[in-house]
Write a protein of this length. Structure first.
Length: 132
């Protein structure tokens, strides 16, 4: 598989991660642990609507990824969001995480995939030297 197609496949995979976690885990609440984490960090009063709002923003992230609009900015935002969310969760609610502190390993791998996909696989082709 060439770089361009690999980039497309990985981009689709990244978008599906955001869509899955946002839509199924948070908006549709198939995984109640996500709301429990939000409740533990931000309080019970608004945990349900905030969890759903976070989910909607994750679905919008998937749409942004698939749109191809400002890819480098998008990748930077993704890495920052994943890193921030995981640091907060590890510091404030590690007992509620599926793999505890090992979640950080999965987050780091995901951030690495995002970086590799955008800055390694998606390098612009080098311009060929003009014939003289």
């Amino acid at each position: 598989m060439d770089r361009k197609n690999l980039h497309r496949v990985i981009t689709l995979g990244i978008a599906l991660v955001w869509l899955g976690f946002g839509l199924f885990c948070k908006v549709l609440q198939f995984e109640p642990r996500h709301e429990a984490i939000v409740a533990h960090i931000l309080g019970d009063a608004f945990a349900d609507p905030l969890t759903r709002l976070i989910g909607v923003t994750e679905v919008l992230m998937a749409v942004w990824i698939l749109s191809g609009f400002k890819k480098r900015l998008n990748a930077t935002v993704q890495i920052a969001v994943v890193g921030t969310m995981n640091v907060m969760e590890a510091a404030l609610a590690s007992h509620l995480l599926l793999w505890g502190h090992f979640n950080a390993l999965f987050a780091a791998c995901f951030m690495g995939v995002i970086y590799f996909n955008e800055w390694v696989l998606n390098k612009p082709a080098k311009e060929s030297a003009p014939n003289v």
